[in-house]
Design a protein around this ligand. Structure first.
Ligand code: PMP
Length: 354
């Protein structure tokens, strides 16, 4: 840290992304990326757009916004595109939280929420999950502040039903509820259908996972037009050109290629279910994940130890040191071949333990 850094940032503890090692080739099951390449249409549109990179992109991203809105069955005024869904989440912290309006989120959830709260100088309250890592919506009712819930949650993968979200929205219509649906396409239930009815709801989604575009950085928010207008004001006060030309073009291709999207989601779900049974047969306990990752633990080997041994053998998964979940590893659902290697490698490790 330099001597010049403002005091307001002296205590920052930045988000730590999953490892992206360069020193050797790993089977990468640690950052919830898709094992499949982006749609060919996305690549083609993006390459064509690259020829016009001397021009700024459309700051309103009208074409892609219209396509995303149509795909979701909402109006163009209900959608705001951002640089990954991280950006729309940050906008929501900026717009709807402050010292008197804390952010409220589970104690085990996406680690960035805490970082967004800290950089925006917002107070926050973490609500413990239940012992089985499920979320009790009643714990959020009667709490003052803006609620952030990942549905399905991360890194547990556990979804909550829409009826819970509706209960929460109804319990206090004077506060904003943000539902982070980064993983919703792998079997969750989207709250987008509720935005007409509740003007205090913001739903966020991403192209990073189910549309194989983590490297492009494209996400969006869906909400009533007043919330979208607030978030647009934040966007135009920070970075009007937040979505670049090649990314927007790729996004359009990805939306148009619905078949490819559906095929990949189906493959991930099938592989998740297959790998889950294999892991259970090896003695693992799993949370009921509806995402593109599995959250698993076993009494046969500690979480940190398994992470380390897998890494030595060329398979990267994600381990979190928080004691509540330190027995677990979060394993991204890769291709069938990658998951087969994972299972074989775990078998080897368990054998070596004997
Ligand atoms: N929400 C959750 C729960 C996530 O796990 C992630 C990915 N790390 C994000 C949001 C942000 O994803 P992106 O910025 O790539 O859209």
């Amino acid at each position: 840290m330099s001597k010049f850094l403002s005091d307001k940032y002296s205590n920052l503890s930045p988000y730590v992304p999953g490892e992206q090692p360069k020193e050797r080739k790993y089977i990468k099951l640690n950052t919830n990326e898709s094992p499949f390449p982006p749609s060919k249409k996305a690549v083609k549109y993006s390459a064509a757009a690259a020829k016009r990179l001397m021009l700024y992109p459309d700051p309103d991203q009208r074409e892609l916004t219209a396509a995303v809105a149509k795909n979701l069955g909402v109006k163009i005024e209900n959608v705001l595109l951002t640089n990954g869904s991280d950006e729309i989440l940050n906008f929501a912290f900026m717009a709807y939280c402050d010292k008197d309006t804390p952010a409220i989120f589970p104690d085990i959830t996406y680690g960035f929420y805490k970082v967004f709260a800290e950089i925006n100088n917002v107070s926050y309250k973490e609500i413990p999950l239940k012992e089985d890592l499920t979320l009790d919506i009643n714990d959020y009712i009667g709490q003052k502040g803006t609620v952030f819930i990942a549905n399905p949650n991360a890194p547990t993968g556990i979804p909550i039903p829409l009826s819970d979200i509706e209960k929460l929205l109804n319990s206090d219509r004077e506060r904003v509820v943000v539902i982070d649906e980064a993983y919703v396409d792998f079997g969750g239930e989207s709250a987008v259908s509720l935005i007409e009815k509740y003007d205090n709801l913001l739903v966020t989604q991403t192209f990073s996972k189910s549309r194989s575009m983590a490297g492009a950085r494209l996400g969006f928010g869906v909400a009533g037009k007043e919330i979208i207008s607030d978030l647009n004001a934040v966007k135009y006060s920070t970075n009007p050109y937040n979505v670049n030309r090649t990314t927007a073009a790729a996004g359009l291709g990805a939306i148009e290629d619905k078949k490819y999207f559906e095929k990949n989601c189906k493959a991930i779900i099938e592989t998740r279910e297959w790998a889950s049974v294999e892991l259970e047969n090896l003695g693992f306990t799993l949370t009921p994940s509806k995402t593109n990752f599995i959250f698993a633990k076993t009494d046969l080997i500690g979480g940190a130890e398994l992470y380390k041994k897998l890494k030595e053998k060329g398979v990267l998964v994600r381990h979190f040191t928080n004691p509540i979940i330190s027995d677990y590893n979060r394993i991204t659902v890769g291709s069938r071949v990658e998951m087969q290697t994972l299972i074989t490698t775990i078998k080897e490790i368990l054998e070596e333990q004997k």
